[in-house]
Design a protein. Sequence first.
Length: 158
Amino acid sequence: MDSGAFRKAWEIIKGWLAGMLRGTIGFLCISLTSHCESPNPVSAEYYLLSPLLIAGVQRPSAPSNLTAVYDVPSESIYLQWQASVDPDTGIIWNDYRIYFFLSSPPANIYQDRYRLATTSRTYYSIASDPFNGTVYFAVTAHERGSESLPSNFAQLSL
């Protein structure tokens, strides 16, 4: 391996290792054995690397345009939003957490007591008896220990 190729491989390895140190879950062990030449050789042949493009270094973008509608005939609340994007891969993300509030949303919404459900879709329905009052919803994207900022808050008043 020439020194230019080695440097490029080393930069990739450093990026992977940085991802692990920032909270990456999961890892794989790769053996690098064939003729590595380095100005700073290492004695070990095994390096601990995080999976490619699943580093989770950056949190997913926040879902957007959350809407909440109550359908009287079916007695259901329908939520819908636009997908989040994983900034590490540029791929649309599909792991969402839905939060529910009976009064104005608190400063810290990321609490289990407010979590209504999780879903892999950009919509969700909830059976609900008719009610009087106002409820609020928010959605976040979740990626292996990293959670996005919340979507806009959808308010539903009946």
